[in-house]
Design a protein around this ligand. Structure first.
Ligand code: M6R
Length: 615
């Protein structure tokens, strides 16, 4: 939800900022802008559109010589995407520049107050209010920039990660965060600032992740100073050594990040269980679980909170955890949970699932659960993310950076982690017999190979995509473990191809959606041999007798469904409980190819952003 980049050092800032913005474009891409300072002049160049449009717009702008710069790629909240609403924003004097990720919720009263005091506004953004508030504080209270930002932020309600530059203090940039991520790359005589570490990984692996309610004064030639915004206390910043490398955040020969990430699944699933799953010895060992095993074993209920694809992984987990451990599980949209006065008991364990670890609603749900005394466990991908820090304990998915807005490898690695958790609890509780437990471990270990095999369906998925690329609607049906997969398949299609799609439990179809079926309606049915196969076959027959076009995902060698379906995609056989890890693959490929055929921007679908850090 907006990407911010900053640089202060001895190199040319413009190329660093532009490259950084390209890496952060997954966070938002409806407009972009840069601010540069070369020691004399403060230059701002911004435009509606993508970073490529920004480069075009900046062609005639003098960028050389500037060694201080800030850039922003936007996902609009306040004010439509246009040139004026793009960041950076300047204060009325033109001396202060700001870039901002987040929302200032009380911007209207603040704006009114500033207007009364003679300030004028060019944009409709909350950000322009903030920069003028800082200027006002600076002037009226005669404060240095850092202090003025701090005092202004104390008046703000909402979320922010900001960079502020003052032409009068050309050796420093002030950064602060509350609820939106902000990382500082520490180099030799240079600093980098970004929403995540990807823009600066090629320059430095030393990073400081600012915590909520912290402000840092980044001054050239001086040690970084971090303070708490509220009480002004000094904080000793922790410099992390980053593990990520450049290759992980580039496309590596694939046309799109999404395709690269789909194909990474065999290796990242292996990374997810590496060192945790010792199938031959019958061991599952995850530090976050071992340290809190009693809580899980004695849990009266497990509540799962998440959004989007992560919520679908939560639904798969509901089936797996209940089946293996007999602990009741409830899965909640974090956005609903946080506002509905939910019943949270002390004996509940809350699992929060999030790829980015920054989703605002999930974070708020975690805070609510903690306030009510629950133990909260995080399943996150991004190391050091807000959710991973906010939870009592957790397990990383180790999927590596996911850049494509449509989640793919995050989903399967989340399911892998959650399945391991279920198996470990079941073993400790004795709710799964030893033979089954060992069998699941062996099967889980084989999943990467089977995902590889499932990826061989790429050509078939592409052929089917060519047939249905112009379909206005699409239904996805599955039962049991594969009902959440049907939801996920539909979400993937919707978000990247803009085709209306719905996922349903196959048997629910006759309670309404069956009315939609005619010869124009493609229906994707997930029908692996294990599970409720015969029931799904009956559902397929119901669709067929109403002339629906059936695309079936079947187990290799299946003949019964093949005879009924118009198109089949074969996948290797695994047990019902693990099948979502395999059945998901062809659905990801199908949506990918449909979106490509339709000429859609697969990695940056319209209106979306990778991490939703606003509610
Ligand atoms: O980072 P999170 O897992 O918390 O994100 C949750 C959703 O925003 C995310 O899964 C979204 O639905 C994806 N675009 C789905 O592909």
């Amino acid at each position: 939800m907006c990407g911010i980049v900053g640089y202060i050092g001895y190199r040319e800032a413009f190329p660093i900022v532009i490259k950084g913005l390209r890496r952060l474009e997954y966070r938002g891409y409806d407009s972009a802008g840069v601010m540069l300072y070369d020691g004399n002049e403060l230059v701002v160049c911004k435009t509606k559109g993508k970073v490529a449009d920004l480069e075009e717009r900046c062609k005639d702008t003098t960028t050389a010589g500037a060694t201080i710069g800030m850039g922003h790629t936007r996902w609009a909240t306040h004010g439509v995407p246009n040139d004026v609403n793009s960041h950076p924003h300047l204060s009325n004097s033109g001396e202060l520049a700001i870039i901002h990720n987040g929302i200032i919720e009380n911007y209207e009263p603040l704006k009114k107050e500033l207007i009364n005091r003679g300030y004028t506004f060019k944009s409709d953004t909350d950000t322009e209010v903030l920069v003028n508030l800082i200027e006002d504080v600076q002037k009226t209270q005669n404060l240095k920039l850092g202090k003025a930002v701090q005092v202004a932020l104390r008046q703000v309600i909402g979320a922010y990660a900001i960079c502020v530059f003052d032409i009068k203090k050309p050796n420093e940039i002030i950064v602060a965060r509350l609820g939106s991520p902000l990382a500082i790359g520490v180099g030799e005589n240079e600093y980098f600032i970004a929403s995540d570490a990807s823009p600066f990984i090629e320059y430095t692996t030393n990073a400081i992740y600012l915590e909520d309610e912290e402000i840092a004064v980044i001054r050239l030639g001086k040690k970084l100073k971090v303070r708490k915004i509220k009480d002004d206390s000094l904080v000793d910043p922790y410099v992390q050594k980053l593990q990520m490398n450049l290759e992980q955040i580039e496309k590596g020969g694939y046309d799109h990040f999404m395709l690269k990430e789909i194909y990474e699944q065999p290796s990242v699933i292996k990374d997810t269980y590496r060192g945790r799953l010792l199938a031959d010895q019958g061991i599952i060992r995850m530090a976050g679980i071992e340290d809190n095993l009693e809580r899980f074993v004695n849990a009266e209920r497990i509540l799962i909170v998440a959004c989007g694809t992560s919520w679908h992984a939560g639904l798969v987990a509901e089936y797996v955890i209940e089946e293996f451990t007999r602990i009741p599980v409830e899965v909640e949209y974090a956005s609903e949970f946080r506002y509905r006065n939910p019943i949270i008991n002390k004996g509940d364990v809350v699992i929060a699932i999030s790829q980015s670890g920054e989703t605002a609603d999930t974070l708020a749900a975690i805070k609510l659960a903690k306030e009510n005394g629950a133990f909260v466990f995080g399943v996150c991908n991004v190391v050091g993310s807000s959710i991973s820090r906010e939870t009592h304990a957790g397990a990383y998915t180790h999927a590596g950076p996911e850049i494509g807005v449509a989640s793919t490898k995050a989903f399967t690695t989340q399911i892998t982690v959650l399945t391991m958790i279920a198996l470990r609890i079941a073993q400790a509780k004795g709710t799964l017999n030893h033979t089954d437990y060992r069998r699941y471990l062996q099967e889980l270990e084989r999943i990467p190979e089977q995902v590889k095999e499932a990826l061989e369906s790429n050509d078939v998925a592409k052929e089917i995509a060519a047939v249905f690329k112009d379909a206005p609607n699409c239904l996805y049906l599955g039962r049991g473990y594969n009902f959440p997969v049907a939801l996920e398949g539909a979400l993937k299609l919707k978000e990247i191809s803009y085709i209306h799609a719905e996922g349903y439990p196959a048997a629910e179809m006759k309670h309404g959606p069956i009315a939609l079926i005619d010869e124009m309606m493609p229906v994707v049915v997930i029908a692996p041999k294990q599970g409720h196969y015969d029931k799904v076959v009956s559902n397929i027959q119901e669709i067929k007798s109403r002339s629906g076009k059936i695309i079936a995902v079947v187990t290799k060698g299946d003949t019964q469904v093949r005879d009924l379906a118009d198109y089949v995609i074969e996948i290797p056989e695994t047990s019902d409980a693990l099948s979502p890890l395999i059945t998901t693959i062809p659905l990801q490929l199908l949506s990918y190819h449909i979106a490509v055929f339709r000429g859609c921007n697969v990695d940056q679908p319209r209106n979306l952003a990778k991490s939703v850090t606003v509610e």
